[in-house]
Design a protein around this ligand. Structure first.
Ligand code: ARG
Ligand code: ZN
Length: 468
């Protein structure tokens, strides 16, 4: 566009585009004001102090980012009370907008490609902050949990809160001595007594990590550490508030993490991260499990009937499908949940507890015709059904139909190529279906249209072929 490019009068030197504010969203279809535009984060250094008795969180987050435009203003997503912000060593002004936007005006414009060091000092009682209609921070009897999807980062660190802007993380938290503070990755140093009554715990995530997959679990935990055959740290934690029965079921499941992830890596490709493990939460706190990077957190209730290896298989399958390969837009959530659910089917098949076809047939026959699984399209579930049956079960059924259509060799090659091609990045449904067609050499349009895009009950290929 040389002919029409602006030049500085008389100099022939291209003029800079006028500096402009970054946007309050990153372009997500379902959550247009999640994430921000105008910069790209490379690293978060989150340094906190937390007191369970008062639920008071104070600290500093330092964000290392790069401007992607000439930037005279930008947004962070955050809800706690900010006392100061520095951008590139100079005090910045800031204001709150809407329920989670923090608008930052640096003293000097940052030019395209320029480094931005953003230092945010803050404090607050996270459980009192309501945004998107709720508080995602969970207070427990002996601590707190920063665990949620898609919303959680706002309650504990300022960020560009969208899975398309991944970064490495250092998380360090001082808590009263005797209480554990657990996060992702490995511990670059053991916990250190830092002042009278407080011990600082440090954690580091070495691979790109989505903001919602960063977690903080504080409370009294029994820790079990180990090393895998390939030398990786296994760090498991069990709430001391578990009953003996819950604790036994939890240990009989989570202590198998290395075995389960080794098996998963034979199907999905090499384990993507630097550590493994799991955290089992106090009863009555959170009712779901979350695939936090390197170390999923599990509700105690998953173990109320004893061992439950399916949930360990599911959350660890997400390390490939969700954590290493993350959604490019929240509407593609079946790429996480359908795949993690199908991993459970494969685990069942491996353990002679029912084949994937058995599970498919059971679900197909059991869901009532008017159930949401049939009236919701997995590839466009909307926010109300983001974690609904269509995303989980129909997502897995779609993968099974794909496997039936292309055969095992092509199917498992598709899975491994997907995790390799998008490793530490993002993916879309269209990219997945195109890859499946490319590897199988088949036209799969009708299959994907029926199973992913149409809000009605599809006819399975296997069924229609064997019809009398
Ligand atoms: N990704 C989580 C899982 O595997 C689900 C999280 C659902 N979130 C929630 N707030 N219920 O299954
Ligand atoms: Zn899941």
């Amino acid at each position: 566009m040389a002919a029409t490019a602006l030049t500085l009068a008389g100099t022939g030197v291209p003029a800079q585009a006028a500096p402009a504010p970054g946007g309050p969203g990153i372009g997500d279809t379902y959550y247009p004001d999640y994430g921000n535009s105008g910069y790209d984060v490379g690293h978060y250094d989150i340094r906190l102090r937390y007191t369970p008795a008062t639920d008071k969180l104070t600290g500093t987050t330092t964000i290392l980012a790069t401007a992607t435009q000439d930037l005279n203003r930008f947004n962070l997503d955050f809800v706690l009370d900010v006392s100061s912000i520095y951008v590139n060593n100079r005090p910045a002004t800031f204001a709150r907008e809407g329920d989670h936007e923090l608008v930052v005006t640096p003293a000097r414009t940052v030019s395209t490609g320029g480094a931005m060091t953003v230092v945010v000092q803050y404090s607050g009682v996270p459980s009192t902050k309501v945004a998107a209609g709720f508080t995602a921070w969970t207070k427990t009897a002996d601590g707190a949990l920063a665990i949620g999807e898609p919303e959680i980062a706002w309650w504990w660190f300022p960020s560009n809160d969208h899975p398309t802007d991944k970064a490495t993380f250092d998380v360090s938290v001082a808590v009263p001595t005797g209480v554990e503070a657990i996060s992702n990755g490995t511990m670059p140093r053991p916990p250190v007594q830092e002042s009278l009554g407080y011990t600082r715990w440090s954690w580091r995530s070495l691979k790109p990590q989505a903001t919602y997959l960063a977690f903080l679990t504080v409370g009294q935990y029994d820790i079990a550490t180990d090393t895998t055959a390939n030398g990786q740290t296994v760090y498991n934690a069990y709430s001391q508030l578990l009953t003996p029965e819950l604790r036994d079921g939890a240990r009989a499941s989570v202590e198998r993490t290395a075995e389960i992830t080794d098996w998963e890596s034979t199907i999905f490709g090499p384990w993507p991260f630097e550590a493994r493990g799991g955290v089992v939460l106090p009863p009555g706190s959170i009712s779901f499990a979350l695939e936090n990077q390197t170390r999923p957190n599990f509700a105690a209730s998953f173990f109320r009937r004893g061992a439950n290896t399916s949930v360990v298989v599911h959350e660890n399958a997400h390390q490939w499908f969700g954590d290493s390969v993350s959604v490019a837009d929240w509407q593609h959530i079946w790429l996480n949940e359908g795949f993690a659910s199908y991993a459970e089917w494969l685990w069942s098949e491996k353990n002679d507890e029912g084949t994937a076809q058995d599970i498919f047939d059971y679900l197909y026959a059991t869901y009532p015709d008017d159930a949401s699984i049939w009236t919701t399209a997995p590839a466009d579930p909307g926010t109300a059904e983001l974690f609904g049956d269509a995303v989980y079960d129909r997502g897995a059924m779609t993968l099974h139909q794909l496997r039936v259509a292309v055969g095992d060799d092509a199917f498992f090659e598709i899975l491994r190529t997907w995790t390799a091609d998008h490793r530490y990045g993002n993916g879309t449904t269209a990219e997945f279906t195109a890859l499946a067609e490319k590897i199988s050499g088949q036209d799969l349009n009708a299959l994907f249209q029926a199973w992913l895009y149409t809000p009605s009950k599809p006819v399975p290929a296997s069924k229609s072929l064997t019809k009398p």
